[in-house]
Design a protein around this ligand. Sequence first.
Ligand code: AQP
Length: 339
Amino acid sequence: MQSSENKTVFSGVQPTGSLHIGNYLGAIKNFVDLQDNYECIYCIVDLHAITVWQDPRTLKNNIVEVAAAYLASGLDPNKVTIFVQSTVSAHSELAWIFNCVSRMGWLNRMTQFKEKSGKNRENASAGLYVYPNLMASDILLYKAGYVPVGDDQKQHLEITRDIAKKFNNDFSAHGGDKFFPIPKPLILPVASRVMSLRDGTKKMSKSDNSSMSRINLLDDNDLIRKKISKAKTDPLPLPNSQEDLRQRPEAANLINIFSSLSGIKKEEIIVKYSGKQFSEFKSDLSDVMIRELSPIRDELIRLKKDKIFIEKVLNEGRAKAEERALKVIKEVREIIGLW
Ligand code: AQP
């Protein structure tokens, strides 16, 4: 990478419940890998969380859990900025401005709104609909050059790029020309999508009603073994090739998880277990999972209790983030001609 390149990375996790291995493998593990080579800003996006109902009695606790998970997974607050979105009010201010830049047609195309609102579209919050504008604000407020994105976030980065281009263009005669950089996706080595343990075609998700569908970062070793042993598979033995996995989403998911956690290539795993029963594979998968996740879990439990330390990290992160954000929002106000 050239030194003139914009090395700011922005990403976030919603405090919407217990974090699971999908959040870890799809996001947090990658965040840790990036911290030595990029200037990383990792947010706990509580304003995104409230686009669907969150119980006020658990929201704060969930925020602490995300902060603790970031730290327990290896993020170093001396290298990265960790803070809570709602504590830097410029996120909301820029999001409003972007509500006026973004187009209805763009929002109408967002698949996440369609998925999350489902058949209950008329009753979904307006916040859920304009969620992509808030996400654009998060990224552009720090003029981030890169956003680590999983499969499910690609469309959100596209609309962020469109908003940045439209803002720069609309205000080009007023100091807005090239004001926002056009952020690029960071293609991640561990970008794999982790699917539900009950249905290999559905994303593993915090909001899935079945707790057996996911491995939470706080699950103890016995629970991990139980969930893996009960994970849905098909009646066939393990496949001989990647080709054989095409029509077998549950088998593909478990092999994918094994590979992501262990760092062993999928082909090697297939060679080792080809023709064997799932019971043996699942037992080894549980071992790998416990080996990789138990130190994180133990540290997560310890940190969750250390509220003073968590608050210190979040306060220091807020101060660093706010300093940058205020500069940008001031310039935006000037460009637009606000009072
Ligand atoms: N199953 C997954 N596989 C890979 N990556 C995943 N991520 C989430 N689920 C998977 C990634 O985790 C990051 C943070 O996600 P989030 O909490 O901000 O929102 P989400 O994607 O909506 O996560 P959930 O678990 O599905 O939460 P709910 O149920 O509340 O909607 C993101 O980078 C995401 O890609």
